[in-house]
Every structure is written in C-alpha cells, then in structure tokens.
Write a protein that binds this ligand. Sequence first.
Ligand code: 5GP
Length: 169
Amino acid sequence: MLLTRSEIDRRVNDLAGQISRDYAGCDLLLIGVLKGAFIFMADLARALSIPCQTDFIRAASYGAGSESSGTIVITKDVDAEVRGRDVLIIEDIIDTGLTLRHIVDTLMLRQPKSIKVCAFLDKRRRRKIPFEADYVGFSMEDGFVVGYGLDFNEQDRHWPDVYVIPNPV
Ligand code: 5GP
C-alpha cells in the first residue's frame, strides 16, 4: 500500500484549505479530468469552504500500454464557459506531463482569467516535457498505482486506498 484512506483524507483537507484561501472571492471553475480524477475531485470539492462550479473533460492518449505516446485527443470537452473564469484543473496523476500540457494549452485558447492545476499524485521524475502543477497531493517515485480513482484496465478505481502494482502488463 502506498497511501491509506486516512493519509489521503488529511492531505485532501489541507489542499482544500489552501485552495479555499487562494481562491476566496474568485469565480472558481473546477475541471476534473475523467475518469481518474472523479473521486479526488468529489472529496476535494466537498472540503472547499468557497463557492465553485464543477465540470469535466476527458482526454485519450494514443500509444502502447500504460505510457502516453504524445498524441493526446480531447474526447469529452467541458460544457461550461471558460472565458474570464478562474479555472482549476483537477487531475489524478501527472506522469510524462503530456496530457496536462495538452489540456492546459487547449483551455488557454479560450482565455480563462487564470488557469492552474491540482494533481493528486505527481511522478516528477518521469516527465517527458517540463510541467509543474500548482497544487500536488503527494509526490511519488516510479511505479504504477491504482485505487482512489486510478485504474488498472478499468478495475480498482473504487478502492479507498492507493496501492502500487508491481509490473503491470
Ligand atoms: P501523462 O500524460 O502525464 O503521462 O499521463 C497522465 C495519465 O496517465 C493519468 O491521467 C493516468 O490516466 C495515467 N497514468 C499515469 N501513471 C499512472 C499510474 O501509475 N496509474 C494509473 N492508474 N494511471 C496512470
């Protein structure tokens, strides 16, 4: 096991406190990246003490196995108006950085007032391009993780804790 439910709860509450302070008085739009961020976003949003709107986006990465190829396509766009809003993208995990780079660049074209990223997990050492999240739940080394929204072949997303899977195929 990498992270227990209680460790996750504490960290999500810390992040929500920080985000609530940083975005006080703002027109906050949370955009969750499907599917992996759905549980993190649900917990984070409920722990905020400020108003916000919620929406979702989905991106597919075309490539082999569990690795991003670099060809990212938006397969479900946000419904909400982005222009002039304070956008906070909620992601499950940053690996190569390619998915978030594409999502941020796509949403930037719609002229938000601000755009930042909050990632539950960050595998900093695996970047293929430079990418920094503004808020990070936990940093981790290499390894494939499941649970708390993260899947292995669409299984295990519902597990309340986070586990490392050795050698996923
Ligand atoms: P990136 O474009 O940063 O390489 O990939 C990000 C996406 O890859 C994440 O949103 C997630 O779907 C997937 N991913 C990367 N690492 C892991 C991992 O350890 N476990 C799972 N379940 N998905 C991962």
